[in-house]
Each structure stands twice: as structure tokens, then as C-alpha cells.
Design a protein. Sequence first.
Length: 399
Amino acid sequence: MDEFNETSVGTDAENPIPGTIDTLTEAKPVDVCDDEPKTKRAYFAKMGWRYALGLGLIIVAQLFMSIILLIIGNVNPGFAGFLEKNAWINYLQIIIPVDLFGLPLIYLISKSVDKVEIEKKKLKVGTVILLILVAYGVVLVGNLIGQVVHAAVVLPFGINPLETNVLGNLLTGDTSAAYIIWGFIAAGIGAPIVEELIFRKILIDRTMKYGVAPAILLSSLLFGLYHGNFNQFFYAFFLGVLFAYVYAYTGNVIYTIILHMAVNMYSSGLVVAVTAFQDPAISETINTAVSNFSQTRDVNAYMEAINNILSTNPGGMVAYLAYDAVVIFMLLLEIAGIIVILCNIRKAWRLRKTMNLGHGGRKAAVFNWGSILAILICLGLFFFTYVGIILSALFPAAP
């Protein structure tokens, strides 16, 4: 560990590329209790039912707020107009139930469970940057899988999967400055802090008794399911594995909060802010020009359409190009993350030798009445999400 804290990462002959994440596989084995399966299941059930209660009450609180706002809006048309003009209030339905209610509740009901003291370790700045790239790569892979599964669920009902992206609709529900700022605060700052405390700090500290693998599995599974839709489940699960391992290795939740913020601030801050300046008319005009050019190969007609935009709305063209530049830049970062992952697969596999994963506890971590109850409650979110999407498509509201 002294070498890790004081010298450059990855300068030995076996790992010649400076700044790799090789040191993350040099963890000191943790002590793992070798109890009977029944005892292990009972232990994990203690945390399982607490998270079932905590997450269940968070969901109920969110539904309660939604119903109250809906009732008030129906009774008082003026309030309904206020809600329509102030879409940022949607974020209060996340901040109040999760941040102000859910986190304290889960902490209070879980603090009586014995914790495992994880040895604190420091990460070099270069390692954190590489881990951010890995997180972006994980998001790319998980997002692709999630979109395919989401489309497979909604397409049979004639539903456009791009129009039913839960997170996308929330983040781009309004283009006002207030909405963007609240989104940045709630999703870019608040969510990473609160979710890392709930799914990493509190949970992993109390489930490491039987090894790293059971703690990582339970943490990442509940984290992924908690998002309640297939668009987010897969990349949230993969990120959960990464974040849980980083926390289990370092014992410092600030690192996972940084990684989480790096992911969320992109979607809730940069992209949404750039999107807010987009002019739909310009996007439609450019898309039409591109489509016509692909069919006719008429360069003059294409350049004429672009020049018309530049002469009539140069600011709109700049905003359009800025959005494309941001998307391309993030795609390059995600591809860089994939490359980092591929370059370090063999090193990451050393986990099996350098850390006591506690493989015997993985089944016990999931297959106990408490964890199963928490999983079922989260699956209930999937049910309500997709039933709502399907019913909305089959029985559209009257204009």
C-alpha cells in the first residue's frame, strides 16, 4: 500500500502504461466469516428488509406528492397553471422524498446493524480520471443494452421508444433556466451524494461481513432496480458494480460521489443546457437538407440551405453545432472508457486472487426474504412505469 500512496501507478514491467488502474486490484484481503448458509441469509435479510422498508416508503412518498399536486391542480385551476409554468417543481418530488426523507430514514433504521470497518486508501488524481472514463464507457454499453430492451417492451404496442425515455423526458421537460438549474442541483449534485450514501456507504459497510462480492452484488442490484425502468437499469447496475468496488477498495465514499457526479452532471447539466438553446426549426431544416442531399447529391442545394440558416439565424446554427460538438465529445470519452476497460480486464481479473470475494455469500445476499422483498418493491416501479406508458399509448388523453 505504501507503493500505491507514494509512487506513480503502473510503472512496473508488467504494467508499462503510466496511470492505469492496476493498483485497484492490489487490495488487502478482507476477513470473511465462514458461517452456514442459513446464518448468512439471516444476516443479509436484516439489511434487505430495512431497504425494502426504506425504498418502499420513498416510493410511497413520491406517489403521495404526485397525487396531492394532481388533486390540488384539479381543484384549483390557477395552481395547475402555476405547476405548468414552473415545471422545476417536478424535481421537488425527488428531492423531498429521497434526500430529505429517504436518506435519514434508511440511516436510522440501519445504524443498529454492525458495520465492517473498511481500510481507508487514497486514489491518485490520474486514477480517478481513468475511473471517470471507465464510468463513461460503462454508461455507453449499459445504455445501448437498456435502449434495446426498452424498445422490445414498448414497440409491440406501437410506442416510440425514444419518446418514452423516462430520464430523457424528465431532463428535457422544460428549457427554462430555473428548470435547468434545478435539474443540475437535483440530478447533478443531490442524487450522487444521497444515492452513494444509501447504496454504497450505508449498505456496503453492513454487508461486507461475508465478502466483497456479496456486498457489491446486492448494492449494484438494488441501485439498478431502484431506477425503475430498462433505459436506466443496465447502465445503473454496471455503474453500481464499479462504484461499489471502488468504495469497497478505498473505504471512502467521496470517490464514488465524484464518479457519480461526473456521470450525472453530463446528462443533467451540459447536455440539457446545450439542448435548451436548440431551435427545433433549424434542426428540422438541417435534417431536411441532409436528407435531400443523400438522395440528390446536389451540393449547391445543400449549401444554399445552410447559407440561408447562417444569414437568418447564425446564433441558432452555433447552438446546433455546439450540441453536435458536445455529443461527439462525450462519445469520444465513452469510447476512451471502453478502451481503458479492455486494457485492464486482465488486471481486474486479479480480484479473484487479491481480494477475498466471499463467493459463498452471493446467493445468500440475494436469496433471502428481506432482499427479495426489496427487489420486488423495486420491480413494482418497473410495473407501474411500463403500465403507465402502455396505457397512455392505448388510451390517449382527449385534447
